[in-house]
Design a protein around this ligand. Sequence first.
Ligand code: HEC
Length: 126
Amino acid sequence: MSQSLRAVLALAVGALVPACHRSTADAESIQKGAQIFLTVCSKCHGLDGKGGVATGSAHAPRNFCDAAFQASHSDDDLKQTIQKGKGAMPPFGNMFSDSDLQGLVLKLRSFVPANVTPPVDPTKGQ
Ligand code: HEC
């Protein structure tokens, strides 16, 4: 291969990398989030995200398939709950990296049926 062809190829590959890198990272964090959900979160929240296992008198875990729940929580709210815990949910602190948290949020968002438009009720935000 000629030197200049090599240089052109290197440039072309270099130009492609940022675009590919992003989607690979997203795909990886989605997969990681799904895996963490399965191993860590699903024992309380259920594989289908509908929750149901209440501990004592505390709130039962939220139903992640509920569009109203999704609409009233920003991505940051969800990440904060995971890190700080809430009610009977234990805080996970720094156990998860930023991309793990992002993956978990994407996983939580994936529970809402795609054809449901969440009702936006500004008075209900927490
Ligand atoms: C030991 C059981 C338990 C585990 C494990 C658990 N949760 Fe929870 N989670 C709960 C309970 C109980 C609630 C309801 C808390 C409340 O509102 O008082 C909750 C609530 C939540 C909420 C909603 C918070 C809100 O603002 O209403 C989110 C989001 C959440 N959990 C995500 C996760 C994720 C992601 C994981 C895995 C990393 C996880 N949980 C692991 C028990 C658990």
